[in-house]
Ligand binder design. Structure first.
Ligand code: RIB
Ligand code: CA
Length: 315
């Protein structure tokens, strides 16, 4: 039995971020969450940081440190998504005010310290929001790009088109300058874009199975996801919202559920129609160096089974 993989989850909870965190915690035999860094995205940083604390308290994992990171993108004003996640970022369930405190260190500083103090290739980064913290950590210590095992991130879109503009997905759109630095850092990157997360749509039958577990975690998440899926119902019809962020954790747990292709991905940072677009050279029509594995398919049933199993284990 190999030792669990050390991961840092960089996040802007967000109901789908919350599921990703629970998926990781529910598979502690495989994944050791050594820290959570909060970033401004779905809602402002004070809330994403507080929401991270709330989720760890719900899961009984207050041993995991939480660090506040960037409160704004590198070069553009912050744009948030209360219209999707609600004004708290975790609408659909009322959490008690957290009693645990944030760690004092700045999130990017924690990422640098965690990566540089551990053996090479022993830490994996799982960014679930805008890439501001990752870019800041790389600017502070460029050596982490080569020292981390890999970055498994949720962001971008090509075939599916954008969800915040016709060409841009939210996480990349909010901070495209950070995304450009990360994609050009030389780090090994696996990308869960809308091209794959739009195959992971919440089904009412699955939500009923989750409710049937009858645990405190499952009850909270039925509330969270029932709120979350309302926004997407008009987009996806009878199916519910796409569970974007947990695809990153699921790939670490069961990569066989996914298919992808190693390609070149560039980020459009010029203001205008395509601002924040992930430009994917799927057929290598340019000579730009390949820099990311772009995931295009998921076994949705296997994915949702993995999440349900995690909630069974969390109790
Ligand atoms: O576009 C989907 C992404 O934006 C997800 O990470 C969701 O949580 C929001 O941050
Ligand atoms: Ca997110």
């Amino acid at each position: 039995m190999s030792s669990p993989r050390s991961i840092i989850i960089d996040t802007d909870p967000g109901q789908d971020d919350a599921v990703a965190i629970m998926l990781a915690l529910g598979h502690a035999e495989a994944l050791d969450v050594i820290g959570i860094t909060a970033v401004a995205g779905n809602v402002g940083l004070p809330l994403t940081a507080k929401n991270s604390l709330k989720l760890l308290e719900l899961a009984g994992r207050t041993d995991i440190p939480v660090y506040a990171g960037a409160s704004a993108p590198l070069m553009v004003p912050l744009e948030t998504a209360e219209y999707v996640h609600g004004e708290t970022g975790l609408n659909g369930w009322t959490f008690p005010e957290p009693t645990t405190a944030l760690r004092p260190e700045f999130g990017p500083d924690f990422i640098v310290e965690a990566v540089m103090s551990r053996p090479p290739k022993s830490v994996t980064l799982c960014p679930l929001g805008p890439l501001t913290n990752i870019a800041l950590a790389m600017a502070k210590e460029p050596r982490i790009a080569d020292r981390i095992d890999k970055i498994v991130l949720m962001g971008g879109a090509q075939i599916e088109g954008g969800n915040v503009t016709p060409t841009a997905e939210f996480n990349i759109y909010v901070d495209p300058h950070a995304a450009a630095r990360v994609f050009n850092s030389g780090a090994e990157i696996v990308v869960m874009s809308l091209d794959v997360t739009h195959q992971a749509l919440i089904k009412r039958a699955w939500l009923n199975e989750l409710a049937g577990l009858g645990t405190k975690c499952s009850e909270a998440f039925v509330g969270l996801l029932s709120f979350y899926e309302r926004y997407d119902e008009e987009k996806y019809g009878s199916d519910g919202g796409p569970l974007h962020d947990p695809t990153t954790i699921a790939w670490l747990l069961k990569p066989e559920l996914f298919k992808g292709k190693f390609v070149n991905v560039e980020i459009e940072t010029t203001p205008g129609l395509c601002f924040g677009q992930t430009v994917v050279d799927r057929w290598s029509v340019t000579k730009r160096p390949k820099n990311a594995t772009w995931i295009t398919h998921v076994d949705a049933d296997g994915f949702f089974d993995l999440i349900l199993d995690a909630f069974r284990r969390l109790g």
